[in-house]
Design a protein around this ligand. Structure first.
Ligand code: G3P
Ligand code: MG
Length: 250
């Protein structure tokens, strides 16, 4: 196909928040667990906190995944660094920290993994988080073909594209909008990343026919995505890469 994207993933399995069922999500332990399970790519969430801090975290509040509480966006880096992000998951992970973006980039590269970095933010914060994330990637990430940047917020990806057209960008959708193709074209996207449970066969085949890679989140039971492979899904984003061991290429 004329416009088909190159295969930078070289895998069908990507760990979600590291490997969120095997270790506390979005921690360095979770990233290592994904690698140990045989995943060669991980998805993690980058979140803007107070004082311009960038940490790996999913929620708008600290309560679920740390021993702290309150609004994540308002937390100061020194306070977040002091939190325990592992005890909630199990005793084996007591002392695990909320990683900074830099710590995660170093960990992921030291393990030789690919990174799907999902940018989380309030719409009002696009200009506060995107240039900062892109600068960190410019300065600390080596191999552009081992990096995908994804977001539910197209404005964030527009800004990524303005800053560096060479990055592999991936709009995220719960429900795929009518104008998805125009959205992907406007940023020369690499892939469309969507919720496997809402994807239809027609949508999947249209994405593939347009030449884009198709990634789906978050399936932990291989039986739930049997059809999706037939529709052309390129990779599954999963909390437990061991469930897809037959598809892993070490
Ligand atoms: O990148 C796929 C997935 O991570 C998107 O949803 O809420 O788990 O970040 P969420
Ligand atoms: Mg995510």
């Amino acid at each position: 196909m004329e416009n088909e994207k190159r295969d930078i993933l070289k895998t069908k399995v990507m760990g979600h928040r590291g490997a969120a069922l095997l270790a506390p999500e979005n921690t360095l332990a979770s990233i290592r667990a994904a690698a140990e399970a045989g995943a060669t790519w991980v998805e993690i969430d980058v979140y803007l906190i107070a004082e311009g801090g960038l940490v790996i975290f999913h929620d708008d509040t600290l309560d679920r995944c740390t021993n702290g509480s309150g609004v994540t966006r308002e937390a100061r880096p020194t306070d977040v660094a002091a939190l325990d992000a592992g005890a909630w998951f199990s005793d084996a992970f007591v002392g695990e920290k909320v990683p900074t973006l830099l710590e995660a980039l170093e960990c992921i590269q030291s393990l030789g993994l690919g990174l799907n970095l999902e940018i989380k933010h309030d719409s009002a914060d696009v200009e506060n988080i995107v240039p900062a994330v892109m600068a960190m990637l410019r300065d600390y990430w080596q191999d552009n073909d081992k990096l995908m940047i994804s977001s539910f917020n197209l404005a964030a990806l527009d800004m990524c594209y303005e800053i560096d057209e060479q990055r592999h960008l991936a709009p995220l959708y719960e429900d795929i909008p009518e104008d998805w193709q125009a959205q992907l074209e406007s940023i020369e996207a690499y892939s469309l990343n969507c919720d496997y449970s809402r994807l239809t066969e027609a949508q999947a085949r249209a994405v593939k026919a347009a030449g884009y890679k198709l990634l789906c989140y978050t399936a932990n039971d291989p039986k739930k995505v049997t059809a999706h492979w037939e529709w052309g899904m390129d990779a599954i984003i999963t909390d437990d890469p061991t469930q897809f061991a037959a598809l892993l290429t070490k």
